[in-house]
Design a protein around this ligand. Structure first.
Ligand code: GTP
Ligand code: MG
Length: 181
């Protein structure tokens, strides 16, 4: 294949959600393949890069912006969100308050960042720490309806601890971003 047929895309993707829901853990697991038990709050924003070969002639460089949960009350999100083309909103299935905050995070994204054509960026919801939930957090139907109402492209029950569904969630978001190219 000729070199000019190769595509290399750089995507800035946000990871938001309340403090302690597991954003940093999910990223560490996904990018570095490690689990971390101790909690060290992110200050401001952290970065991670993952290179994905999505097909034989397309490489995606995924720049993950791990935004501190504390920033929900800060004034920096508008700056951090700039030029993002996709996002994850994460909550902790064992803490209902973090699920309630999902709406706030989603609305914050929808109000502050847009694709070049003016449309909303695709956002995937992560119901994290599913290893701790005794039963399903909500029924599949309830969650599907919730996501449709809130404008999420999809949702996944994830676990940074067990490495569950993280790749699936990322691949889903990347597919949605690619479709908008
Ligand atoms: P901030 O940086 O403050 O916004 O928090 P965060 O969302 O980055 O949370 P972090 O990844 O630091 O995780 C908080 C705590 O939850 C840590 O003690 C993690 O070990 C734990 N944790 C994260 N993901 C999981 C999971 O899937 N299952 C379980 N059981 N614990 C998890
Ligand atoms: Mg963090």
């Amino acid at each position: 294949m000729a070199d000019e047929d190769m595509r290399e895309l750089l995507y800035k993707v946000l990871v938001v959600g309340d403090s302690g829901v597991g954003k940093t853990s999910l990223i560490k697991r996904y990018v570095h393949g490690v689990a971390s038990d101790k909690y060290k709050a992110t200050i401001g924003v952290d970065f991670a890069l993952k290179v994905l070969q999505v097909n034989e002639n397309t490489t995606v460089r995924l720049q993950l912006w791990d935004i501190a949960g504390q920033e929900r009350f800060g004034s920096m999100t508008r700056v951090y969100y700039k030029e993002a083309v996709g996002a994850f909103v994460v909550f902790d299935v064992t803490r209902l308050d973090t699920f309630k905050a999902v709406k706030t995070w989603k609305e914050d994204i929808d109000a502050k960042v847009f694709l070049p054509d003016g449309s909303k960026i695709p956002v995937v919801l992560m119901a994290n720490k599913c290893d701790l939930a005794v039963e399903g957090f909500r029924t599949q139907e309830e969650m599907q309806e919730y996501c449709a109402n809130m404008g999420f492209v999809s949702w996944f029950e994830t676990s940074a601890k067990l490495n569950k569904n993280i790749e699936e969630a990322v691949n889903c978001l990347v597919q949605n971003i690619l479709e908008k190219e």
